[in-house]
Design a protein around this ligand. Structure first.
Ligand code: DGI
Ligand code: FE
Ligand code: FE
Length: 387
């Protein structure tokens, strides 16, 4: 029986790790292929905002899900303290007496092998499966292999594989800037964004794709318009354009849902409704949209609030809330009487634009015989009094 072991801090595991695992799996054809995230890596201190070991385990399950036969093991995480491969080898030799243990490692790790804890013991008991870079001096790898074979009767398998040019450290930096989605599996990236690990800001093109399934066809142009209008307003008023974009992309995420689904979501997210809200289902999507945006896309509180208040408004709104409210009203595909005046005013005076928008909204609702919700009324009174 052959057991291959692929360890690492996987903080986070990226598509380069998955490719390496795939290459090792194909070359070694092991009976078991164990992916083992380390607890505390011996060589590097982890940053403070890192996800905990349980989250890295989950990332690994998601990242290596497509590798046939790969299993994610929590043995190093359960062991606590620093993770040494030699201790893992001890545990596996006890669990699987007589099995051949193949330790999968990259070229750099291999060349530094003599600095590993109990490396001679490792050589005696394991096969080293080295992913040997093809863009590297092969002679150096071959010579070291021959030396270990000659001096220590080592078993070494070279697997030609050049890693993808990426590193977890670099990806953590990219995630903070709203980049890095293409370096990770969709599932891992989604999990990171949803939970806000590494202070990740969502990649906007990823987010646009993710909301697509939620939108009716006739809403796509509107949502894209709200995003771009909100970004323009944010730049104009000194607000964060990325936050405006995220709020714009997500603001109508639950708009397509029928009343029953809206009410189910309210229950799921613990949203308490007033009777008037139940009677006017078009008010619900602002509340369920905000909750879903937080749950699925990990939006921060200020973005949550901008979505939550985008339909009615309320007194004393933040700049981001006003921007999203007005962008929703004046985005480029909106075409009703007075839209140009409101659009222009939103770049001159946000509060006066709010007062005008709310006034127009109330007039429109009244003309259509709809009840005015008290938040809308309170918002109108507030902004009308300011001016
Ligand atoms: O989702 P959008 O169509 O882009 O725009 P929105 O979020 O402003 O929603 C507009 C709908 O919400 C429209 O059908 C009117 C309704 N609405 C907004 N304020 C009130 C309201 N409905 C009632 N009954 N009372 C309100 O105060
Ligand atoms: Fe809306
Ligand atoms: Fe909208």
């Amino acid at each position: 029986m052959r057991i291959a072991i692929y360890g690492g801090s996987f903080n986070p595991p990226h598509i380069g790790h998955a490719e390496a695992a795939r290459a090792a799996c194909e070359a070694l054809d092991p009976d078991r292929f164990l992916i083992i995230p380390t607890n505390t890596p011996p060589h590097k201190e982890l940053e403070e905002n890192s996800p905990g070991p349980e989250a890295r385990l989950e990332f690994c399950r998601l990242a290596f899900a497509d590798i046939p036969g790969a299993e994610v093991s929590d043995m190093e995480i359960r062991r606590e303290g620093k993770s040494y491969s030699a201790d893992t080898v001890d545990a596996l030799r006890t669990e699987y007496p007589g099995a051949e243990l193949c330790i999968v490692m990259g070229t750099d790790m291999f060349l530094a092998f003599k600095s590993w804890y109990r490396w001679q013991y490792m050589l005696e008991t394991c096969t080293l499966a080295v992913l040997s870079r093809e863009d590297f001096d092969r002679r150096e790898i071959e010579e070291f292999k021959e030396e270990l074979e000659r001096d220590y009767e080592a078993n070494i398998i070279l697997i030609p594989h050049t890693p993808l040019p990426m590193s977890s450290t670099e990806i953590r930096g990219k995630l903070r800037l709203g980049l890095g989605a293409e370096d990770l599996s969709q599932a891992v990236y989604g999990c990171i964004v949803r939970n806000g690990y590494y202070d990740a800001k969502p990649d906007l093109s990823w987010l646009r794709q993710m909301v697509m399934p939620y939108l009716n066809d006739d809403r796509i142009a509107h949502v894209s318009g709200v995003e771009s209008q909100a970004v323009m307003l944010a730049m104009h008023w000194g607000e964060d354009p990325d936050k405006a974009a995220v709020a714009g992309i997500l603001h109508d995420v639950t708009k397509a849902l029928k009343k029953e689904k809206q009410l189910k979501l309210c229950e799921k997210y613990g949203i308490m409704l007033e009777n008037a809200e139940r009677e006017s289902p078009s008010l619900l999507h602002a509340r369920t949209g905000a909750a879903l945006a937080r749950d699925r896309f990990g939006v921060s509180d200020d973005i949550y609030d901008a979505i939550r208040w985008h339909t009615t408004g309320k007194p004393d709104m933040t700049t981001l809330e006003k921007i999203v409210y007005l962008a929703d009203y004046t985005e480029p595909t909106r075409d009703f009487e007075g839209v140009e005046e409101l659009r222009a005013l939103s770049f001159e005076d946000l509060d006066r634009a709010m007062a005008l928008g709310l006034k127009m909204s109330i007039e429109d609702l009244t003309a259509r015989g709809k009840p005015i919700f008290h938040d809308t009324m309170d918002a109108y009174k507030w902004y009308n009094n300011l001016n």
